[in-house]
Design a protein around this ligand. Sequence first.
Ligand SMILES: [Zn+2]
Ligand SMILES: [Zn+2]
Length: 309
Amino acid sequence: MPDLGAVGRGLGLLADHWTLLILQRAFFGVRRYAGWRDTLQISDATLSARLRSLVDAGLLRTRPYREGGRERREYVLTERGMDVWKLLIVIWDWEKTWVPRATPLPEIVHRTCGEPARVLPRCADCGEPVGPQGTEVIRLPGTPGLERLARQHPRRTRGRLPDDPLSALPGAMEIIGDRWGATVLGAALTGIRTFGEFGEALAISPEVLSDRLRRFVELGVLCRTGSGSYRLTDKGRASFPIHVALVEWSHRWLGGDGAPADLTIRHLSCGAVLRLRLDCDRCGRPIDRRSVSPGVPVQGAGGAGTMAP
Ligand SMILES: [Zn+2]
Ligand SMILES: [Zn+2]
């Protein structure tokens, strides 16, 4: 994807169900092929392809180990891969809060206070709470649109979910697991309201656009207003940190490779380019990668891990 900006590249890499689930498991300590295969109900072909692209993109690296006299490879997160933790936590928090399911997701336990926590997004620079109001999205004119993003992976069919609730993020995948979906919702968060405005901003085909808008209304992240435009619901607005985390990670890790800063989110009250700080709603202290763990043991990870493998 040589012509895309940083966020386009980030979306191309991370807006994929399997990729996020593989990374999530890696945070909980899964390092070996069988660990992912046995817990995610993923085909060998898909797992091998995703591991390869995560290694190519520098999020995982391989490390040899010996088993039964044979040399094998395991996969460990690099610094670039570990920095995805913030995206995974805000996805988990949103999914837990807004997407009902038969077997609930485990709690996010903040180890600093020992309590199950909800995540409060704040501006890392000034410390104020942040949401779509109070921020501004700047698109660099002339950068290639996200329409250049070919769909690399087919969308996962909506079927039976795995037994382990952590092995599926169905709500989040509906909103970012497909690049057009992420783009349409991202545009809605910037204040775009009508079919015509979406079409103009995104260079998206009318068929794809109406499909995604209809799906978002079904999911309850957008609602239609009397005047035929679309408005974000509370559930839709609450997905804001997911988009910010994706943009922030892309700038940090993909912006230096000659990719233009295609899209920037600025916090209006302090003027800084928005970086998220996540605070615990129980104790008010910041959450970091090492201070969160799932409230249950994670399959395939040999016990309850933290987000710090
Ligand atoms: Zn700020
Ligand atoms: Zn806490």
